[in-house]
Every structure is written in structure tokens, then in C-alpha cells.
Write a protein that binds this ligand. Structure first.
Ligand code: HAM
Length: 415
């Protein structure tokens, strides 16, 4: 039997890794500028954590979660997203006593979705969560952080902004929306029909062409906001204006997770095709309480690294992988031992180098030096070992310069 990877779960090969390192390094740098500190939580949590946080009725929990009984004892799940576990950790470690906290995380997430371009069963997120601040300025600051982050990577994405109300104004709106959708049942696709009872807000997000006329005519939550939500939204927009961050108000933007209140946002890119959302997030003021903590407001986002990697690939500015400074070409057994020794010395001094321990024809070894992109080739054999002298050959220009082996590190450090 030919063994293959699991459907929808991808290998990230060495050639792709520089892009991943770049997104992660820039995230660490930019997030730190805004006071976010890294947290690492397990990939597995009690399934309840996600059911309660993300919502029993959501597709993520109902259809897509990898849940399993651990030896018949407890129901566990691979995390489908990062926020629930981070909130669980925030509560479990009593972090709320220290006042507002800004945390970030990165790592693999799992959803049993139908795999397609930009949608996988294992994917990776980089996310930020800010706890303890109810004021709209933190919403704007976090969005500005995303804007800075994408700009540093040379990525252009459009900010879609909305508010999804709160428990004061949403229930009445949902009742009104439900009545409207029921009236138009016949014109809506089966998925929308399914959502009328389960999650009517999600129907607004349907992409099926034939549903659009009904959805465009649907009542808008933006027009039904309570005073608190309205003021919050206005202040978020005002702060974004002050920060010079452009946004599109998108009244039909809804998110696939139940914990959101007020601010909801996504950054989308045309470079991605159907799965255009590079990242998504919003405010979740009741979530810490839902999971058993004290009332604590919160706002966060997560970006999909596979999707960002696709944009970076198109952008074309590749971070260069590290190439060896020296490739040792060995002429005989004595040379091979010397190359091992000198190689260890160079690496201890922070100089990347390589050799082919199989030795073999020198011409083939030179070819290999070229293939791995080494700057110099250095031939080592009995003669070089005895005389302590060798030649550094520039792989591109083929120019040779003599070098004393005992001064190799000095010579390479000097350029
Ligand atoms: P989400 O919108 O479900 O939000 O996911 C955030 C991002 O993860 C998406 O915009 C997308 O880039 C990526 N993503 C989601 N599912 C997949 C998939 N199957 N394959 C590839 N990429 C995917 C959340 O997960 C929330 N926890 C975000 C958040 C943090 N809200 C508050 N704090």
C-alpha cells in the first residue's frame, strides 16, 4: 500500500519555509511593538471548551470538529481555532487579576472541511487576543496592528468592518430577520433554509447567486443597533480614521463563530480567489464569562498562514534561504576527516557550511556546491592537510584565492 498524507493536511516543504519564517518573524516583531506576548496552549482541549465558546450550532463545532473519546473516558477535540483554548488558559491561570493582557499565538488548527484552494483540514493560524479592555480604541489599535503587519510584508488587503450588535439589540433583530427569511424561504438555497432556525445571521453570508436578491433586501442590523453598540461602532470608525486606516463598512459581514459582539472584521485579498479572507476577528465580551471566568471584555483575530503564504508567493519577494558559505570538496579520506573538523569549527563560529560525506568524484562535488548555492568551494585532501594551505574557489567566478586552514574562520568572517 502506498502511504499518503491525510486529505486536506499538507506538508510544508523546505522550499516554502522561508515564507513561513518571514510571516512568523514579522509577527513577533510587530506584535511586540503593540505589547502582545506569546502564549502556547495544547492542540487538544476538552471538546466542551469549543462547544461552549464557538457555539454548539456552528458548522465548526457541529460538522467540522475532530472530536474523539480518549479511551472511553473524556470527549476531547483537536482545536478548530485558537481563541477558546487561549481564553481557557487565561481563566485557568487567573491572568485576569493582572489587569488587561495582550496575548498572541501561532500553530496548527483542525477543521474537517471540504478541502479546496485556501481551505484545508489542518491549517495554521497566527492570532492575537486582547483581554480586559472594553473601550473601542483597542479595537482600532488591534486593526492598525494588522494593517502594519501586512504592510511590513508588502501585502495589500482590504479591511471589511461591521458590527454584529450585542445581547441588548441582537435578539430582536434576529427575530425580525427570521420572519423575513421565512417569508422568502422558497427563493433561498437549502443551506440558507437550514440556517433560518439554526443560525439566521449566517444566511446573510451565503454566496449562492440566486439567494442574493433576498439577502440584499434583508433588514440590516446596522439600522437596528442599540445606543451602546452604535456609539461603539462610531468610535471604532473615528479611531481608524484618526489612524489613517481605510475600511469598508460591510453590513452583511458575519462571522462563523458565535462568540462575537459588536466589532467584527476581516481582511480580504483578491489574490486568493473564493476563500478571500486572509484573517478574521472581532470582539467577544461575554466569552471569558461563558467559559467560567469573571466578566472580561476581549477582542482578537486570527490569520490563516496558508492563505498569507499564497499571497507572499505571488508577491514574489522571496526571503532567501540560508546557503552555505563554504562547501568542502574532499579528495581523499584524510581530506574528509579534515573537512568534518573544519566544518565543525566553522559552524561553531556561526558560518554555514556543508560537505558530502560520501566523497566521490571531485567534479560531482563541485556541481553539488553549485546546486546548494555555496559561495566558496574548498578542496581538502592529504596535501592540504599536510601543508595547512588550501584554495577558496569562488563558485560563481571560479576565481581561486589561497587560504591558511588555521585562519579559515578569520578569513571568512572578514568577508
Ligand atoms: P476564523 O474566521 O474561523 O476565525 O478563522 C480565521 C482565519 O483562519 C480565516 O480568515 C482564514 O484565513 C483561516 N482559516 C480558517 N479556516 C481555514 C481552513 N479550513 N483552511 C485554511 N485557512 C483557514 C477564528 O478562527 C477566530 N478564532 C479568530 C478570532 C480570534 N476571533 C477572535 N479572536
Amino acid at each position: 500500500m502506498k502511504i499518503q498524507g491525510v486529505k486536506g493536511m499538507n506538508d510544508i516543504l523546505p522550499a516554502d519555509i522561508p515564507r513561513w519564517h518571514e510571516m512568523e518573524a514579522v509577527a513577533r516583531e510587530v506584535f511586540a511593538l503593540y505589547g502582545y506576548r506569546e502564549v502556547r496552549t495544547p492542540v487538544v482541549e476538552h471538546a466542551q471548551v469549543f462547544a461552549r465558546a464557538v457555539g454548539e450550532a456552528t458548522d465548526i463545532v457541529k460538522k467540522e470538529m475532530y472530536a474523539f473519546e480518549d479511551k472511553g473516558e473524556e470527549l476531547l477535540a483537536l482545536r478548530p481555532e485558537g481563541t477558546a483554548g487561549v481564553v481557557r488558559a487565561f481563566i485557568e491561570h487567573g491572568a485576569y487579576v493582572e489587569g488587561p493582557q495582550k496575548w498572541f499565538y501561532l500553530g496548527p488548527m483542525f477543521r474537517r472541511e471540504k478541502p479546496q484552494k485556501g481551505r484545508y483540514r489542518q491549517f495554521h493560524q497566527i492570532g492575537c487576543e486582547a483581554f480586559g479592555i472594553a473601550e473601542p480604541f483597542i479595537d482600532a489599535e488591534q486593526i492598525a496592528l494588522v494593517d502594519d503587519y501586512l504592510a511590513r510584508l508588502g501585502v495589500r488587503a482590504a479591511l471589511q468592518l461591521n458590527t454584529v450588535g450585542d445581547p441588548a439589540c441582537r435578539p430582536a433583530y434576529l427575530a425580525e430577520l427570521k420572519v423575513y427569511l421565512v417569508e422568502h424561504k422558497g427563493e433561498l438555497c437549502p443551506d440558507c433554509n437550514d440556517r433560518i432556525e439554526r443560525n439566521p445571521l449566517r444566511a446573510l453570508d451565503c454566496k449562492v447567486e440566486s439567494c442574493q436578491p433576498v439577502l440584499i433586501g434583508a433588514p440590516r442590523l446596522l439600522d437596528r443597533l442599540c445606543g451602546g453598540c452604535k456609539a461603539h461602532f462610531e468610535q471604532v470608525k473615528g479611531a481608524l480614521d484618526a489612524l489613517g486606516v481605510a475600511y469598508h463598512v460591510q453590513p452583511r459581514l458575519v462571522r462563523g463563530l458565535d462568540y462575537y459582539v459588536r466589532t467584527a472584521y476581516e481582511f480580504t485579498s483578491d489574490a486568493l480567489g473564493a476563500q478571500s479572507s486572509v484573517l478574521g476577528g472581532g470582539r467577544y465580551d461575554g466569552l471569558v464569562e461563558t467559559l467560567g471566568g469573571p466578566p472580561t471584555p476581549g477582542i482578537g483575530f486570527a490569520l490563516g498562514q496558508e492563505r498569507l503564504a499564497m499571497i507572499l508567493e505571488k508577491r514574489g519577494l522571496e526571503a532567501k534561504p540560508r546557503v552555505p558559505e563554504v562547501f568542502f570538496v574532499t579528495a581523499d579520506a584524510e581530506g574528509a576527516i579534515e573537512a568534518l573538523r573544519r566544518g565543525a569549527e566553522l559552524r561553531r563560529a556561526g558560518i554555514a557550511c556543508d560537505l558530502d560525506p560520501r566523497g566521490g568524484k571531485m567534479k560531482a562535488q563541485f556541481k553539488q556546491a553549485e546546486r546548494v548555492g555555496a559561495r566558496y568551494a574548498l578542496v581538502l585532501g592529504g596535501n592540504e592537510v599536510r601543508s595547512g594551505q588550501a584554495k577558496l574557489k569562488d563558485v560563481k567566478t571560479r576565481e581561486e584565492t589561497p587560504v591558511e586552514l588555521s585562519k579559515l574562520v578569520e578569513r571568512l568572517k572578514g568577508g
